[in-house]
Every structure is written in structure tokens, then in C-alpha cells.
Design a protein around this ligand. Structure first.
Ligand code: BGC
Length: 484
């Protein structure tokens, strides 16, 4: 059983005379203060920002971008086919061969070295084309021309399913010459430069969309995709009539919210702490993706480290001694948070590895700090998700909404209590919604293939319709001829 200490428990466990002072210190208090009312307020602010993002004239300046994805339908379970998929922007870069109806897939993970994440776009896409080429070679697929689903988990202004302009890099990527360009084109050019294989039609997909689509294959009421991993984001099915910059009034389209950008206009400044400000300042993209920086795996470890450094400087931890590791940015990994919260023994081991001179109260306080930061992340995500489900319920004028959220991401999957905290808080903030959470089995890979498969199914259905229209006409013509 996982046991996260309450303030009371830690208070009791300590022998140290200044233990009360350690636990009542203002850093922890400030971080723990996210009352249900505050979360409701956060959710209400996001509700307004969703509208700004959807608006015809307001979307240019909107911090929450609400990007149309050109995905108009979720799977109906009959999709089939053989596809290639690329997945860039999560913990690993992966190449996949997916056979949809069999759920069979072959996967290869390719490392992207740090220098390449900060190099030129051409180097990055050449590397991707090489990984794909090697994969095709080793699986004997080079002679075939398979359709390709490309999961590219960065904010893109999508013009069509195969035309997608990168708005900005996030999550530690910063390759030159890609922002403002069509990413599909850059991939095709890189493949062309090699000239030793071909690919079929390309479908560009955000990882949230891939997650929604792969979960939607199993559960057809899945209409939201959410990622809480290296970065955070969500997509959902919106009524087209509300997406003011898209022509048409009927049906729905999946909108990639890019909720990581919430707060970029300063609207969350009142809940930011000095640690959030510091994490933003020292990131490679200061001033943007403020909400993401309070929530996702790329940043949580660093927030904890900064809290611990501050508390140590204030002589509340480790006898006031900051070890070299604790003093080094990035050294406190996000996965330590999960491990530390999972058990006191893990906490002791990690603190020792970080070269810290700890006592039992130190170890308990560190667990409390980890719990505080990961809970805050879970509650903020819950507030954002509540905004989406409440919006879908209002859109459809339903008293009660039953829906499924497809979820992926290391923080959600690996942290011992994150998912249960998030779910509990969403129930509180969206009481008229009954939500099933479905963890996606490799959503980003198979989901991209699924988008292509759904598009093919729709095209096939509309061809059948056209053909049957044609047949009717022929019959009519024949009848007319007979009558003459
Ligand atoms: C990106 C999103 C992505 C999310 C999760 C964010 O940094 O902007 O496009 O969905 O990370 O991977």
C-alpha cells in the first residue's frame, strides 16, 4: 500500500526540535494552497480561454491555441490496414509498423541525441529518415509503399491532414529552421534526399489525438485524449459550428487545445510560486507554456529540487548543507518523485545517492515536498480536464454526460497516486460527468495509424455512396431510354 505522509504524520515522526518550523515553512504552505475554490477559478479561466482560442478574430492572440486537427470522426471499430507510424516528441523517438485489426505492431526505438534536439532541422529530419529507412530494411518493408501516420507532439497549425506548420518547439527541442515550416514537407524532403524508399499518404497527428483515436478503437465513447508525460496537453471533439475559423456548421472536429500554453498571458500569475518563475526563467523557452511547466514531467523534478535547495538554505533540511548534486539543475529527476513517494526506503536511498546528509525528518519532509508538487500537478490537470468535460456536456445540452478519456504519459502512468488524485478531483469539479479513464496502450504510435485508417474508412464509405448514387442515375437513365 502506498502511504504518503500527512503533515500530522511527519510532525509526529520527527524528533528534531525545529520540526514544526520545518513543516510549517511558507514554501510548503504556498504550494499546498490549491483549495477547491482555487481550482474552480482555474477551471473558469480556462473556460474563457477555450472560447478565445476558438474565436475567429481572437485565436491569433489566444494563449490556449485550440488547433483544428481535421480529424472529424473517432473510430467505429471496423478499421483495418497496414501502416507505418513515427512518434516524435515523447520520452523516445519511435518507428512502428502497425496492423490495425490485429493490434500487431513492430516497434523500434531510436535515440535522439541532445545535440540533435538543439541542432538544425535538416539534421533532425535526416536522422528521422535514416531511422525509418533502417526500420524498413530490417523488417523487409522497403519495397512497399505504406501510408504513414506521423505523431508529432508539438503545437502545429494544421492546414490539412498532411500539411502542418510548427508554431513553436516545446519540451527541450529547439531545432533551427523548422518553426513556421510544414513538417510533413520537411520529412518528405529528407526521405527524398535519401531516395532509397517511398512512403504513401501521410497523416499528421498530435499525441493527444493519437491517444484519443487508439482508445476510441476499443471504446467508442472516447472523445478526449490527454497526455501527462514530458509535456501536457489534451484534445476533444468540438462542434464544428463553434470552431469559428473553419467553414461548415455540421458535425464535430477534434481540437488540439494545447492547454500547456494556458497562463502565457499572465492569467495564472497569482498561483505561480517563486519556484515556477525560476523554472520558467531557466528553461529554453521562457515565457511560454507556463501551465505545462507547473505540471509535466520535464519540469516537476526541477521544481522539487528548487524547493529543497531553498529549504536547505533556510536551514530546514540536511543541516543546511547543499550537496553538489542537489545544487545542480536537472539532477533531481522527475522519476525520483514517484520513487520517493512510493516508500520511505526509496527516499533514503535517493537522498544518499544525491550526496545528502539526511536524518529521518529530512526524508519525511522530502516526501512531503514531492507529494505537494505532484498533487498540485494532478489537481491542476483535473481542473483543466473538468473544463473540457463540462464544455462537452454544455455543447450537447446534456444534464449528465458519460464519456471516456484516453490517457497517456509517464507521469500519469508511473506515479503511484497521480491518477487517483486526478480522478477524484475531476469528480469534484465536474459532478455531472461520469468519466471513464482508459490508459492508452501505445496511443501515439497506433493512434496515428488509426487516424489514417479512419480517413480511409470514411473515404471508402463516401466512394460507396457516390457509386450507389451513380448506379441510381444509370438506372434512371436506362428507364428513360426504355420509355422512349
Ligand atoms: C506540446 C503538445 C503535446 C504535449 C504532450 C506539449 O509540449 O506542445 O503538442 O501534445 O507536449 O506531449
Amino acid at each position: 500500500e502506498v502511504c504518503v505522509p500527512s503533515v500530522e504524520q511527519v510532525r509526529r515522526s520527527g524528533e528534531n526540535e525545529n520540526r514544526t518550523q520545518r513543516l510549517d515553512c511558507k514554501q510548503i504552505k504556498a504550494l499546498r494552497f490549491l483549495s477547491p475554490e482555487t481550482l474552480q477559478e482555474v477551471s473558469a479561466r480556462l473556460r474563457k480561454d477555450l472560447l478565445r482560442g476558438l474565436g475567429k478574430h481572437s485565436h491569433h492572440k489566444a494563449p490556449v491555441k485550440m488547433l483544428p486537427t481535421f480529424v472529424r470522426a473517432t473510430p467505429d471499430g471496423t478499421e483495418k490496414g497496414d501502416f507505418l507510424a513515427l512518434d516524435l516528441g515523447g520520452t523516445n523517438f519511435r518507428v512502428l509498423h502497425v496492423r490495425v485489426e490485429e493490434e500487431a505492431q513492430k516497434v523500434q526505438i531510436c535515440a535522439i541525441p541532445q545535440e540533435m534536439m538543439l541542432g538544425t532541422g535538416e539534421q533532425l529530419f535526416d536522422h528521422i529518415a535514416t531511422c525509418l529507412g533502417d526500420f524498413l530494411e530490417s523488417h523487409n518493408l522497403k519495397g512497399q509503399t505504406l501510408p504513414l501516420g506521423f505523431t508529432f507532439s508539438f503545437p502545429c497549425e494544421q492546414l490539412e491532414i498532411d500539411k502542418s506548420i510548427l508554431i513553436r518547439w516545446t519540451k527541450g527541442f529547439n531545432c533551427s529552421g523548422v518553426e513556421g515550416k510544414d513538417v510533413v514537407q520537411l520529412l518528405k524532403e529528407a526521405i527524398h534526399r535519401r531516395g532509397d524508399y517511398h512512403i504513401g499518404s501521410v497523416a499528421m497527428v498530435n499525441d493527444t489525438v493519437g491517444t484519443m483515436m487508439s482508445c476510441g478503437y476499443k471504446d467508442q465513447s472516447c472523445e478526449i485524449g490527454m497526455i501527462i508525460g514530458t509535456g501536457t496537453n489534451a484534445c476533444y471533439m468540438e462542434e464544428i459550428k463553434n470552431v469559428k475559423r473553419i467553414e461548415g456548421k455540421d458535425g464535430r472536429m477534434c481540437i488540439n487545445t494545447e492547454w500547456g500554453g494556458f497562463g502565457d498571458d499572465g492569467c495564472l500569475d497569482d498561483i505561480l510560486t517563486e519556484f515556477d518563475v525560476e523554472v520558467d526563467k531557466t528553461s529554453i523557452n521562457p515565457g511560454v507554456h507556463i501551465f505545462e511547466k507547473m505540471i509535466s514531467g520535464m519540469y516537476l523534478g526541477e521544481i522539487v529540487r528548487l524547493v529543497l535547495v531553498k529549504m536547505t538554505k533556510d536551514k530546514l533540511l540536511f543541516k543546511g548543507q547543499i550537496s553538489e548534486a542537489l545544487g545542480t539543475p536537472g539532477r533531481f529527476e522527475t522519476k525520483f518523485i514517484s520513487e520517493i513517494e512510493d516508500g520511505l526506503e526509496n527516499a533514503k536511498k535517493i537522498l544518499t545517492e544525491l550526496g545528502l546528509d539526511w536524518d529521518l525528518v529530512d526524508a519525511s519532509v522530502v516526501r512531503l515536498v514531492c507529494d505537494t508538487i505532484s498533487s498540485r500537478s494532478a489537481y491542476l490537470c483535473a481542473a483543466a480536464l473538468a473544463t473540457l468535460v463540462n464544455r462537452i456536456r454544455n455543447n450537447r445540452k446534456l444534464g449528465h454526460l458519460k464519456t471516456t478519456v484516453g490517457v497517456d504519459g509517464t507521469v500519469y502512468r508511473k506515479h503511484p497516486t497521480f491518477s487517483s488524485k486526478l480522478q477524484k478531483a475531476v469528480r469534484l469539479l465536474a459532478p455531472q460527468c461520469d468519466i471513464t479513464f482508459l490508459v492508452s496502450e501505445d496511443g501515439s504510435g497506433t493512434g496515428a495509424a488509426m487516424v489514417t485508417a479512419v480517413a480511409q474508412r470514411l473515404a471508402h464509405q463516401s466512394r460507396l455512396l457516390e457509386e450507389s448514387d451513380g448506379e441510381d442515375n444509370e438506372e434512371e437513365e436506362e428507364e428513360e431510354e426504355e420509355g422512349q
